[in-house]
Design a protein around this ligand. Structure first.
Ligand SMILES: *Cc1c(COP(=O)(O)O)cnc(C)c1O
Length: 482
């Protein structure tokens, strides 16, 4: 990792890559941003890219690719069956994870579909550190349920625990004893826990989980979508692993698991996914469903160009500089915001920066969707698009009552190798301005509320004319500046 000491004493993470392909951005005027926000019903999913300056919605499928990935895409072998491009990926997976069997799928949730259909029976439970939206949906659709047994600190917004993504081992053992091993479909560990702020688990914790699984004969499944960030945190925060190479840590993780699956929209910086295992028996159980839902076993719904890019991307992930870029940029942003008193999730995780709306705008109640309100306010004053991760992302219960989420977060994803330091500084500057003017931010109410997945398609409106007041204050403080 680039530990460069600045003579000035300033601590700035240094990019160990240069930019050779660029995409033009625009930063529309604040009046246009207000219009765009209204057109999108205050839902950042419905904004158009041309109205956005920094797109911090997600890291999915939008990480920057390397020159070597692009070059590899040009030499792909396009054949329905037996493509040599696929063999390259299969070999790379074997080399990195030590798993002999690999099933390709078109993206992460497709792997979850196959796993849930093969291993989850009605009434069974899947203990996990924390759920991801698509994972939980697939398990539930197949009649199973999810039991989240993350350590207590995992759900504390601020903490100094370096591994907030760890599983509570005592709870794991208690569940297996209570339900009986035959009622556990599998145990799932999500690396770089997405929905609680990209928080990592330690290698030691995974080892303990694996010991319990072995003791009771339960399968251990790893969701490795956010592995790159978690590798960085294990290497920098876990004393026993500081001398290990990224490759050695990866192998140690893989050796503890029965099945590893991933979204290559995140891991490997391309688009696709896969399921890996050492067991021929497990492979045979899943094989048919891959051909049924995804495609033949040598492409699984992916284009061969993407398969080439994943192969190179996985190899590049075994590099200190590569895996440190995202977490170091995120840490820079989190630390700057924290220093200025802005409420953020700590310690810094992977994936992105998470603003805590409950503390940012305590005067906006959850009934008025504080995280959603913060997402629209930030877009208005900056052109930065984040993602609401709060009650808008929940769903009403069967009686139509609101279900309020544990946390009201605005997630600002930092896709890997995409943004420059000055862009981050701009985002920080506007967030700090917004924080100083937070009293002006008001709430939102639904004007169009779909029953399912309302966070994708729903439209909301401000509960008062607070957005106009915010624009007026912005103009008076920053003049004609964008
Ligand atoms: C993104 C993600 C998935 C789903 O992957 P897709 O490629 O978006 O289908 C599953 N698990 C985790 C942890 C993720 O971050």
């Amino acid at each position: 990792m680039a530990h460069i000491k600045f003579y000035s004493g300033e601590e700035v993470p240094l990019e160990m890559h240069k930019v050779r392909i660029v995409q033009k951005l625009s930063l529309p005027h604040i009046e246009r941003r207000l219009e765009a926000l209204n057109e999108a019903g205050n839902n950042t999913f419905l904004l158009k890219n041309t109205d956005i300056y920094l797109d911090m919605l997600t890291d999915s499928g939008v990480n920057a690719m390397s020159d070597k990935q692009l070059a590899a895409m040009m030499e792909s072998d396009d054949s329905y069956a037996g493509s040599s491009t696929f063999t390259k990926l299969e070999n790379k997976i074997r080399d990195i994870f030590g798993t002999d069997y690999f099933l390709p799928v078109h993206q992460g949730r497709a792997a979850e579909n196959v796993l849930a259909k093969v291993f989850v029976r009605p009434g069974q439970v899947v203990p996990m550190n924390y759920h991801f939206t698509t994972t939980k949906a697939h398990i539930c659709v197949n009649g199973g349920s999810v039991d989240e047994i993350i350590i207590d600190e995992g759900l504390e917004v601020t903490s100094s625990n370096p591994f907030k993504g760890n599983m509570d081992i005592a709870k794991l053992e208690a569940i297996i004893q209570k339900r009986g091993a035959e009622n556990i479909a599998f145990v799932r560990v999500e690396t770089g826990t997405n929905l609680i702020g990209g928080q990592p688990h330690s290698l030691e914790n995974l080892r303990q989980v694996s010991n319990v699984c072995n003791k009771y004969g339960v399968l251990l499944v790893l969701d490795a979508s956010l592995l790159a960030d978690n590798l960085y945190f294990i290497k920098t925060r876990e004393d026993a692993c500081k001398q290990m190479s990224v490759r050695e840590i990866t192998r140690a993780i893989a050796d503890l698991c029965d099945i590893i699956y991933f979204s290559a929209r995140k891991l490997g910086c391309a688009r696709g996914g896969g399921i890996c295992t050492r067991s021929r028996d497990l492979f045979m159980k899943m094989r048919e469903l891959v051909t049924l839902y995804e495609g033949f076993l040598t492409y699984g719904g992916m284009s061969v160009r993407e398969i080439e890019a994943i192969t190179v991307g996985l190899e590049e992930t075994m590099d200190d500089d590569m895996i440190s870029q995202g977490p170091q940029f995120i840490a820079y942003m989190v630390n700057e915001l924290d220093r200025k008193g802005v409420p953020v999730i700590t310690p810094p995780g992977g994936l992105g920066v998470h603003l805590d709306a409950k503390r940012f705008i305590p005067h906006v109640p959850q009934t008025e969707y504080s995280a959603g309100a913060l997402a629209s306010a930030l877009f208005l004053v900056s052109g930065v698009r984040g993602m609401e991760r709060g009650s808008v992302s929940e769903q009403r219960d069967d009686d139509g009552n609101e279900v309020y989420s544990n946390m009201e977060l605005l997630r600002l994803a930092v896709p890997r190798r995409v943004f420059t330091m000055s862009q981050l500084k701009y985002a920080i500057d506007r967030i700090v301005w917004l924080y100083e003017n937070r009293a002006l931010i008001g709430g939102l109410k639904f004007v169009e509320e779909p029953k399912m997945l309302r966070f994708f398609f729903g439209k909301l409106a401000p509960t008062s004319d607070w957005q106009h007041k915010l624009v007026a204050k912005f103009r008076s403080d920053l003049g004609d500046s964008l």
